[in-house]
Unconditional design. Structure first.
Length: 278
């Protein structure tokens, strides 16, 4: 029986039952749902970013309210109040000012944030992030921080939630030099001050510091949505491409096998001896 005839008798795509092709099919079956899931993961990140941008924009544009109306000692700032425009009237407690290590400036330079207690008019204390200054040359030394305004002042800013290692990814190191911390955390500061502190803190936006230092922290970006939607579509296209690619490979294998069988048949025919002449 010629190879071509035998090939079609057993089925052109019988090779799909071989070990190599069964493994390839199994890989495809694993890749497809994985890529679909990755696409939905990126879609959810896109939706989260859109919702966050809307929240930032809404809270930054809202009319500023007194900070004591949104938080209190031990209060956990809810996500709905992140970046809320707030005001505070009182006096800076420069004696207990600390710096927060490993913070970046607008241009990416590494330095510290200046964190200071602010005693509110009428009672209560809230922590205020005055902004960024360069670190001291000696990491154990306190950096050069411009003096805070004296007397009663009104500060405007954005309400932020307390930082934790879990929420920020920043490890809270022990045995730091005096007046240096890793996290901006009201409970931690309340313990250091031995008095209640309002939950969360204020990221100062005004008044503008003299000489531009400390450097005030930029407002969060409420316009960029990132590439997450494009990545989601990309993953779904990859998922659709896996079965298409499998079919293309199978058809190519079938074509090569048919061509090989035809060539073998032609070679066999050519090798047969011619009938003897009478």
């Amino acid at each position: 029986m010629h190879p071509m005839t035998q090939l079609y008798r057993h089925g052109v795509y019988r090779f799909l039952l071989t070990r190599q092709w069964l493994i390839l099919a199994l890989i495809a079956l694993v890749l497809i749902p994985t890529m679909v899931e990755l696409g939905f993961w990126q879609l959810h990140r896109h939706e989260h970013k859109v919702a966050q941008n809307a929240l930032i924009s809404r809270n930054l544009k809202a009319k500023p309210v007194p900070v004591a109306g949104l938080t209190s000692p031990g209060h956990v700032v809810p996500r709905s109040d992140y970046w809320r425009a707030v005001t505070a009237t009182g006096t800076y407690d420069e004696k207990h000012e600390v710096v927060v290590r490993r913070r970046t400036a607008t241009d990416g330079s590494i330095g510290v944030h200046v964190l200071i207690p602010f005693d509110l008019k009428g009672g209560g204390t809230v922590m205020i992030n005055r902004g960024w200054v360069p670190s001291a040359a000696d990491q154990h030394a306190f950096p050069d921080v411009p003096a805070a305004p004296r007397g009663e002042v009104t500060v405007t800013g954005r309400l932020k939630a307390d930082e934790t290692t879990g929420s920020s990814g920043i490890k809270d190191l022990a045995d730091l030099p005096d007046r240096q911390v890793m996290l901006i955390n009201s409970a931690q500061q309340a313990k250091l001050l031995s008095r209640p502190v309002l939950g969360g803190y204020i990221e100062q936006t005004g008044p503008e510091p003299k000489g531009g230092t400390p450097e005030l922290i930029e407002a969060p970006d409420a316009g960029s949505i990132g590439p997450h939607m494009a990545y989601a579509v990309q993953w779904w296209l990859f998922a659709a491409g896996v079965p298409a690619g499998f079919v293309v490979l199978a058809r190519r294998e079938k074509r090569d096998r048919v061509a090989a069988a035809a060539a073998a048949e032609q070679a066999a025919d050519a090798a047969e001896p011619e009938p003897a002449k009478a």
